[in-house]
Write a protein that binds this ligand. Structure first.
Ligand code: APR
Length: 200
């Protein structure tokens, strides 16, 4: 499923949805859902560190002293470079409290900072997970709205990034994003999920 983002005087940017494992995508930049200690963990963070190898943590430790919620840092991609990935952007989403503790602004800022860092680095394509939608407990429907709007707004003014894909591992997350994307595009462009092909 695909959403088109108009850009004045330039070819439109696109946002796509896929089901699958984000570490298998041959995009220029992969976004990680990290914690503010940048200490690694489970979920998509664990999957990205396993796929990239120990060089990813070594670079994080040598260059950064953590990252606050709502922000992001960028590193090289370790072994993911073998599949064409140039950068990993480690974005820290908010931990869901009650919805009245600044979560929406922090989630928006995490997406927009991640996109901005990839754009500054020169990436043309970027893949996002559903930041904060796992261990951090952000409800799927509002998270999907924030994610798609933030990335759509960022793409409208991005310099090099022209394609973003949200890679959703589980069916509930995919369905929430699909519904919001259908709403944003007038409900006319629902197409079936594309599955991530296995890595050769
Ligand atoms: N590819 C794509 N999506 C994935 C993958 C994967 N390989 N693995 C998990 N996910 C999905 C989850 O299903 C969830 O929808 O990513 C989404 C985000 O979930 P988490 O990884 O738990 O991230 P988050 O909620 O932001 O919590 C961050 O979890 O692992 C720790 O170190 C991390 O402390 C940090 C916290």
């Amino acid at each position: 499923m695909r959403l088109t983002v108009p850009r004045s005087g330039r070819t439109p940017a696109t946002i796509e949805l896929e089901r699958g494992d984000i570490t298998l995508l041959p995009v220029d930049a992969i976004v990680n859902a990290a914690n503010s200690a940048l200490a690694g963990g489970g979920g998509v963070d664990g999957a990205i560190h396993r796929a990239a190898g120990p060089g990813l943590m070594a670079e994080l430790r040598s260059r950064y002293r953590g990252c606050p919620a709502g922000s992001a840092v960028i590193t090289a991609s370790g072994r993911l470079a073998e599949h064409g990935v140039g950068w990993v952007v480690h974005a820290v989403g908010p931990i869901w409290q009650d919805g009245r503790s600044g979560e929406e602004g922090l989630l928006r800022s995490a997406y927009q900072t991640a996109l901005h860092l990839a754009d500054e680095a020169g990436a043309r394509s970027i893949a996002f997970p559903a930041i904060s939608c796992g261990v951090y407990g952000y409800p799927l429907d509002p998270a999907a709205r924030v994610a798609l709007r933030s990335v759509g707004d960022g793409l409208a003014s991005a310099r090099t990034v022209e394609g973003a894909v949200f890679v959703l591992l589980d069916g509930r997350a995919f369905e929430a994003f699909r519904q919001v994307m259908a709403d944003l595009s007038g409900g006319t462009r629902a197409t079936p999920a594309r599955r991530t092909p296995p890595r050769p």
